[in-house]
Design a protein around this ligand. Structure first.
Ligand SMILES: [Zn+2]
Length: 337
């Protein structure tokens, strides 16, 4: 039996280059997340997220998967109406295998299960009728937000069409859609009049606090010598981008954001040479996680010691968590370089 969520939602299987159209302007301050309860299956586990007020799960086959960040506002809905609103406190990542179903003739994922007729499946692309979909497994990164602390129950406060109108693309079919916190906040205020609750959410959303600007996901924390020492113990005297480097010239680069929760992400750090760390913070050096190679901005072309790093592999194997944060770094930094 194929879960409904696995068929007929072809957009879930399209990986798009999120970097191409990304600019500071369209950084999402809020996300409208589709929570379909029992009919929505998540990769890597058989279940379903038990409680929408605590967690939301997605994986790397879903559009916008790497753009969602700690501190973002999350609004959950079920297509009909709003369920509730909160702020993401943390995002856990893991690796999993996802089973993808497709048409055995044309290979497209746009297949529908028919209620009564046989054979049971019809391809929406080529019209082929068949009884057994093609299956293949694909390694994915799974993500799960924790957002229980600021949860505001909003069941029915806003209708599906009101929510769609808050999104950047009202006709979008995506399960995770960028929205505007400013607009959402106003709509919630209009609907509830509960200024204190809405303000509480606003205060917790770092971007709302920062006047609409997303704070950097890359922060250098002072006084975190312990974190640096741990990275040195784990990796030795090696800069993750350039290779062997004496400990005196190595710094711990924090890839994660502490946001409001102050939670420490286990895999959120890299040892970097001090000058490299500075250029990384500025986005002039970034990591292309698809090839696990360095991407050096063309503004550094005139400096051979940095320009030569372009296209080179990192000196370590990246964990899914590190890839997640490095994607976030790219997305938040690259448009400004
Ligand atoms: Zn087909």
């Amino acid at each position: 039996m194929i879960p409904e969520a696995e068929i007929g939602i072809s957009h879930d299987y399209e990986l798009v280059d999120l970097r191409a159209d990304f600019s500071t302007e369209n950084v999402a301050a809020a996300w409208l997340m589709l929570a379909l309860g029992d009919s929505r299956e998540h990769a890597g586990n058989d279940g379903y997220d038990d409680s929408v007020s605590l967690h939301y799960s997605w994986d790397s086959t879903v559009q916008n998967y790497a753009r969602v960040a700690v501190g973002d506002v999350i609004a959950l809905w079920d297509r009909k109406e709003l369920i509730g609103v909160s702020v993401i406190e943390a995002i856990d990542t893991a690796s999993a295998e996802k089973v993808l179903y497709s048409c055995p003739r044309c290979g497209k994922a746009d297949i529908k299960r028919r209620q009564r007729e046989k054979p049971a499946y019809r391809c929406g692309k080529c019209g082929h009728l068949f009884s057994t979909p093609r299956q293949k497994t694909k390694p994915v990164t799974t993500y799960r937000s924790a957002h229980g602390k600021r949860w505001m129950n909003g069941r029915g406060l806003l209708s599906g069409s009101e929510l769609r109108a808050l999104c950047d693309a009202p006709k979008s079919q995506l399960s995770m859609r960028p929205a505007r916190w400013k607009r959402l906040r106003q709509a919630l205020l209009d609907a509830t009049g509960q200024a204190s609750t809405v303000k509480d959410i606003a205060a917790a959303a770092r971007l709302a606090v920062a006047g609409g600007h997303r704070q950097s996901l890359v922060r250098t924390r002072v006084g975190q010598e312990e974190f640096r020492k741990r990275l040195l113990r784990e990796h030795g005297e090696v800069c993750a981008f350039t290779g062997p480097t004496p400990a005196d010239a190595l710094e711990a680069a924090h890839l994660y954001s502490y946001a409001e929760s102050g939670e420490h992400h286990e895999h959120g750090g890299l040892l970097l040479r001090r000058d490299i760390h500075r250029l990384f913070d500025l986005g002039r050096i970034a990591v292309d996680t698809s090839s696990e190679t360095l991407d050096v901005a063309s503004s550094l072309d005139g400096y051979p010691c940095y320009a030569q790093l372009h296209g080179q592999s990192l000196t370590l194997q990246l964990s899914p968590e590190q890839k997640f944060w490095l994607d976030a770094h790219w997305l938040s930094k690259r448009p400004r370089v």
